[in-house]
Design a protein around this ligand. Sequence first.
Ligand SMILES: [Zn+2]
Length: 502
Amino acid sequence: MKINYQKSEVFGIGITDEELEGAANIFNCDFVVWPMKYLGLPINKSKPKKKNFEEMVCKIEKKLASWQNSQLSYGGRMVMINSCLSSIPLYTMGVFALPESVCKKIDSIRSQFFWEGIGKKKKYHMISWQALSAPKQMGGMGFMDVRAMNQALLGKWIYNIERGQEGTCYTVMRNKYNLSKGVLQADMNKGSYFWKGLNKSKMWVRLGCGFEVGAGTKTSFWHDVWDGDTPLKTRFRELFEGCRNNNLAIAETVKMVQENTLFRRSLRVGDLDNWKDLSAIIRRLEGGDGSDQIIWLINKKGFSSKSIYDMIVFRGVIDVDSMIIWKCGLPMKVKVFTWLMLKDRIQVGDQLRRMNWRGDPHCKLCGLDETVDHLIFECGLARMLWVFVVENLEWPLHALNRRSFMEMMGNLRDNRKKLISIQVLGAIACTLWLTRNEHIFRNKICTNAFQVVHKLIAFLTQWLQLVPARLKEETSRCFDLLRARLRQLVQQDVHPASDVTS
Ligand SMILES: [Zn+2]
């Protein structure tokens, strides 16, 4: 292989600029000034600064600029954020722990795009980015949490080093940081920026992994999971606290047991039973040899960055019903709108007033306070739609507000009924919202209740093609019922509810 000097560059560490230039002259090639870029990543002599990540941030901004002319709905923007914007920093995040200021910048670009689109006009951000970044099954919108994803991707390095992954990069790291005791026991507070960046992820890998013990040189006796499914420090809390050194590997601890130097004090009467159990565990270790093997306990399919990510963003409670909205057959923009509506975060008068908006916060139809519950459930027009739907579909409860609707959903055992209910809620909310906006922005006043019911049924029919195949028949039957009922009412010229504006 021949070196192409015109395409090569020389860079130096610990030498003067003159010496570097001299070296470059010898080879007749260019020299590099720090920071440089290697495989698209910023490499610096010292800790990378915020400005070293500017190129990556610019890439995100450029991507946005290329959508300049597209008029995207909330749903469209959500898809664009998930499929394009969030993936741009992934490559860099797989190597470096991003500085907090860079994470904030990425969040702010995505948040601004979600709420305001591309235009220059300032718009209200109705809910915090943090809440939007919660996973969908925990009631969020599932936007990527940059910090968590960063730690999850870095966690892969730790797992791979520990698992004995081969490769020059891993060999260099094992030798440089002397990892004979295993990477989880290593001190990551000293070393390169990359190395220190792995420190936070170490905690998450440790939480999710266990060990098959060989010679016991890499596994922490007290902190790692290697017998049962909890670390011994949790099972034998008192013994752990009485230990002379509780940061040692299994082999070292066992040696201390043999030498009778494990504890700082003599065991109390209450400790004896625990000590008997712990001794039995230690006896089972006898004769173990070979390397300790890391195993991933969180996911049966084995280790993945995604499973660390899921562990980091898990917020304690899974809300099954909050997933229904993302699974039903509504267009994405209506799903997002319905999600925001259920969170009380659409721009109704009451919400805008809280944001110091100066306009009239009252309902245009009846003059009462325009809250989400009022607009979607309580106002005359809304009540008429709900009565029409609930009576004709024989629903178990008249939805009075968001809470009672969600309660009704919670009481439904059949998942298919839940999906149809949320489909209808989305269509009713969308119909009412458009009717309200036509009134406010185009001064089109709805005088005929049939028009609104027609609009609702048109939406339901149009969106039927989005309904999952296994539900289509049942959903279609429900909507046929509504359509037939409306036709009947029109023929009899009876309005669905007598007084719309009450
Ligand atoms: Zn009203």
